[in-house]
Design a protein around this ligand. Structure first.
Ligand code: URA
Length: 209
């Protein structure tokens, strides 16, 4: 079973409070989401292996460490996932970014892929799927499934806020995927919104309603 890591760093918890606040406007919301995403990238990359290297400091030779050539792919789920990309890229600038767009078929209620553009070397990359709100888990489960169909082997899921329902859905469909969240909230309401959550992440990021 994939682990669930709630990143309870004080900076993340503090910023999440203002992200949740209904009085926070889009500009500040976007900036805070970017900052929290950068902080989350720090935790999500904690298990990256290191290798030794030798350099010269101004004082003399030193055996030091660098990340062992990991290739990373960020995969935001459109559209709200876009809000977390730049923050993560600040800490993982060499990552390539793929995009997955999904909509829910009104008849079957199943997620249908309407856009997908991914790095060609997907199987060699450590993929970080980004979806700020893990609500029912439907989109995340489907997006991870699409990536696996295309050969992805290493996938983590990062969200700002998760609901228990979404965590269970991802864990049962994709037990190999670790989930990183800033908070796990109480439940979903009748409209599928996370309670207390932050409302519609896409609308708050992009100023739509
Ligand atoms: N998507 C959102 O943007 N917010 C929720 O609470 C649930 C899904």
């Amino acid at each position: 079973m994939g682990k669930v890591v709630v990143i309870d760093h004080p900076l993340i918890q503090h910023k999440l409070t203002y992200i949740r606040d209904e009085n926070t406007g889009s500009k500040e919301f976007r900036e805070l989401v970017e900052e929290v995403s950068m902080l989350m990238a720090y935790e999500v990359t904690r298990d990256f292996p290191l290798q030794e290297t030798e350099i010269n400091t101004p004082v003399g030779p030193a055996k030091t460490k660098v990340i062992a050539g990991r290739k990373v792919g960020l995969v935001p789920i459109l559209r709200a996932g876009l809000g977390m990309v730049n923050g993560m890229l600040k800490l993982i600038p060499a990552a390539k970014v793929g995009h997955v767009g999904l909509y829910r078929d009104p008849e079957t209620l199943k997620p249908v892929e309407y856009y997908c553009k991914l790095p060609t070397d997907l199987p060699e990359r450590d993929l970080i799927v980004i979806d700020p709100m893990l609500a029912t888990g439907g989109s995340a489960v489907a997006a991870i499934g699409f990536l696996k169909e295309r050969g992805a082997k290493s996938i983590k899921l990062v969200c700002l806020i998760a609901a228990p329902e979404g965590i269970s859905a991802v864990q049962s469909a994709h037990p190999d995927v670790d989930i990183f969240a800033g908070a796990v909230d109480s439940h979903l309401n009748d409209h599928g919104y996370i309670v207390p959550g932050l409302g519609d992440a896409g609308d708050r990021l992009f100023g739509t309603k």
